[in-house]
Design a protein around this ligand. Sequence first.
Ligand code: RB5
Length: 149
Amino acid sequence: MGGMIIAIGSDHAGLPLKRSLLATLEAAGHQVLDAGTHDGASCDYPDFAHAVAGKVAAGEARFGVLCCGTGIGMAIAANRHAAIRAAVLHDATEARLTRLHNDANVACFGARTTGEEVAMDALRAFLATEFEGGRHGRRLDKLAPTALA
Ligand code: RB5
């Protein structure tokens, strides 16, 4: 799973998990763009979700990784970007299926809800799984902003 450019970010609650996942990614040979936060001071998760989502949407990073207390706020914020499909992951099964079926491009984790080793396994599965396409591609087309009118 080495060799990709991956953007990562967290708020204060997700910072310890972000540090672990960042180290795992770098050890696997990825180039990681760290959008912050860099210290434990209280901060606002949308700032980091938008920074990471922007890099993925612009093609500057293949995937994004976001950590907050639950992963939920990060996913809500990241999914406001039209090109982003962010999923909150609790295990490797969810990670594999959201790549296969949803072509998810941002993985969100909750530092208060998901253990570090479980999150690492989920992230490895996320990065190792290709989108299945076919009927799932048709369904993704129905998520486009133009399909909502
Ligand atoms: C911060 O306390 C917490 O609200 C945030 O990390 C996240 O869990 C929001 O979804």
